[in-house]
Design a protein around this ligand. Structure first.
Ligand code: AMP
Ligand code: ZN
Length: 112
């Protein structure tokens, strides 16, 4: 499948890996929008937050466990933001479900 994040998962495209297990992959965003900006993605190709169903949703709780663990590892003790853009109006550019984790500074109160 011609998917950038599937290629990152299988090593075809290099990434700065933070964490990996059977279900998920976490890596630094190539164009950081905050001092700490990483992405957590399911290894299974799920197109977006609009394609989560009871059959594939177990990975979502696992992703949030990984986010919590990485936030501690990266000392985001003062907080962070989790964002998932979906579809055209959400300005999603990579069509593989991903959760942005942003932190390391005071983020603005506006959306994203
Ligand atoms: P979105 O706009 O929500 O679809 O986010 C896609 C994100 O993927 C953007 O923040 C990009 O900077 C990031 N990105 C694109 N290509 C790569 C790459 N090769 N390695 C790491 N992050 C990437
Ligand atoms: Zn994919």
């Amino acid at each position: 499948m011609d998917c950038l994040f599937c290629k990152i998962i299988n090593g075809e495209i290099p990434s700065k890996k933070l964490y990996e297990d059977d279900l998920v992959y976490a890596f630094y965003d190539i164009n950081p929008q905050a001092p700490v900006h990483f992405l957590v993605i399911p290894k299974a190709h799920i197109e977006s937050a609009a394609a989560i169903f009871s059959e594939n949703s177990a990975v979502i709780s696992h992703i949030f466990e990984v986010i919590a663990a990485l936030s501690k590892e990266l000392a985001l003790d003062d907080g962070f933001r989790v964002v998932s853009n979906a579809g055209k109006h959400g300005a999603q550019t990579v069509k593989h479900l991903h959760f942005h984790v942003l932190g390391g500074k005071q983020l603005s109160e506006q959306i994203c």
